[in-house]
Design a protein around this ligand. Structure first.
Ligand code: SER
Length: 322
């Protein structure tokens, strides 16, 4: 029987992944953990929760051994814009926690999911149809930790046979817990502002194309890869996965089909614009499609329809209390 630990469960992806895995594997078999003591109520009430510091490899070892965990989803990380404000902390947390958990994986031999990102690419990477294997010279500290993380995972896999798998996620759009501190976050915030105020000020230029993905597809990607046949995985970690690519102008037009009065204006933040300009417009995910059957369900149109439906319902329920 599978026993799963999610590290960094309180974040944007972890909160929804925990519920998704509990539905699949049974609530008692999926342990949420985070350095924060209080998380989203769905997560705290829906099954076991352990407060844990991923930098503390002794504690990680003890929890995994005691609970007989055989799969770990490692989601502890600081996103790109916050990393840029404090590069030392970015390195210490993003690399330190990964290194700590990989060391334990080598001792206890559990399967591990480690997400990389479009942030692992840089200005010299081909921007369109970005290949699986290509130039990776990012100039953000977030990107530096992502490339180093990919290499460290490869190292543990090749040298010690640790079964560590991962994808390069695009920007993830979701409606439960906000991302916080990323460059792609505008594509989440735009929906909140469109539904609440019918207007949004964007910190990226209107023509900035980035890869994006709706949360249900991100969850499906992570779990499908973790369930895949080990021998079919040519790369193990850092698989490009893509779903949609759009610019702020395009998503605004799509939102306007549902909220005709919606307006967007622009106040460009040079830091996040610089990061976004160095990331791919659209990744080639053919290796993921071939090796483990990756295929997304949500287009820009379908995601927009769903986001607006969910948020309209949520905000109208709360209006009386605001
Ligand atoms: N969504 C992340 C960010 O913007 C990229 O992986 O930082």
């Amino acid at each position: 029987m599978d026993k799963i630990l999610i590290i960094g469960a309180g974040g944007q992806i972890g909160t929804e992944l925990t519920g998704y895995l509990r539905t699949m594997y049974g609530e008692k078999n999926v342990i949420a953990s985070d350095i924060r003591a209080t998380l989203h109520p769905d997560l705290m009430d829906g099954g076991p929760f352990i407060r844990m510091d991923a930098l503390d490899s002794r504690q990680v070892y003890q929890v995994i051994q005691k609970e007989r965990v055989n799969q770990v989803y490692f989601l502890a990380a600081i996103l790109s814009a916050v990393c840029e404000k404090n590069p030392e902390m970015a390195w210490d947390i993003n690399m330190g926690s990964l290194n700590s958990v990989l060391r334990v994986a080598n001792e206890l031999k559990f399967r591990m999911f480690v997400p990389s990102s479009i942030g692992a690419f840089g200005a010299t990477t081909p921007k369109k149809n970005t290949p699986q294997l290509t130039i990776q010279r990012p100039n953000s500290i977030y990107g530096v930790t992502k490339v180093a993380g990919e290499l460290l995972c490869d190292y543990y896999n090749q040298k010690y046979g640790v079964d560590v798998r991962g994808v390069r996620f695009p920007g993830i759009i979701s409606n439960v817990v906000p991302p916080g501190g990323g460059t792609t976050d505008y594509a989440v915030d735009i929906f909140h502002k469109a539904v609440k105020y019918q207007k949004f000020t964007c910190y990226l230029r209107e023509d900035t194309f980035l890869d994006m993905m709706y949360m249900p597809d991100a969850l499906k990607a992570a779990v499908t890869l973790m369930e895949a046949d080990y021998n079919a995985l040519r790369y193990h970690n850092a698989y490009n996965v893509a779903a949609m690519s759009f610019s702020p102008k395009m998503i605004a037009e799509e939102i306007r089909k549902h909220i005709p009065d919606f307006t967007i204006d622009y106040a460009v933040d040079p830091v996040r614009q610089g990061i976004a300009d160095s990331w791919p417009d659209s990744m080639d995910d053919s290796a993921a499609r071939k090796d483990w059957g990756w295929s997304p369900d949500y287009t820009l149109e379908a995601m927009t329809r769903d986001m607006i439906k969910v948020l309209t319902k949520r905000f109208s329920g709360r209006e009386n209390h605001e």
